[in-house]
Write a protein that binds this ligand. Structure first.
Ligand SMILES: [Zn+2]
Length: 147
């Protein structure tokens, strides 16, 4: 657990923040095998995805708080209400920009999408055959496919 069992692959993976979702499937093989077999890189990958999702959750919470603050200021109309409103809206916008940056720069949305796909796949498997046949071919292949 303390060290990577293949320094070369481990370094490459670390450079990508342990995200191989951008690679073509045929190029992923070695990296996937390493992530599976190396407990160090495996836990690092989990940590990084946890951080990404945590950041998005934090930005979402922050957006909510600023929006709430804006509502409270509007409702109670305290002194300097205008500047407080500007501050609350500014905080909201900043949180939104942060959320977008995390969503664009990290594979967090892919992790969420993968989880959704896995759920959809399991649901599809449970459907009776006749209903499954009615789902458009294109959609079925997309859900049951690799990506
Ligand atoms: Zn490793």
């Amino acid at each position: 657990m303390a060290e990577c069992n293949d320094r070369v692959i481990g370094k490459i993976l670390a450079g990508w923040r342990y995200d191989i979702s951008g690679l073509a499937p045929e190029m992923r093989g070695d990296y996937e095998a390493h992530l599976r077999d190396c407990p160090y890189c495996h836990s690092r990958q989990h940590l990084h995805r946890g951080i990404d999702i945590g950041l998005m959750a934090l930005a979402s919470a922050s957006m909510t708080v600023f929006l709430l603050a804006y509502g409270v200021i509007r409702y109670f109309q305290p002194h300097h209400a205008f500047w407080l409103e500007i501050g609350a809206l500014g905080g909201f916008l900043l949180s939104m920009v942060l959320w977008l940056l995390v969503a664009i720069a990290t594979p967090a949305p892919l992790v969420v999408k993968d989880a959704a796909m896995t759920g959809a796949r399991m649901g599809l498997d449970k459907l009776p055959e006749e209903i499954r046949q009615r789902i458009p071919e294109e959609l079925r292949v997309k859900i049951s496919g690799q990506s």
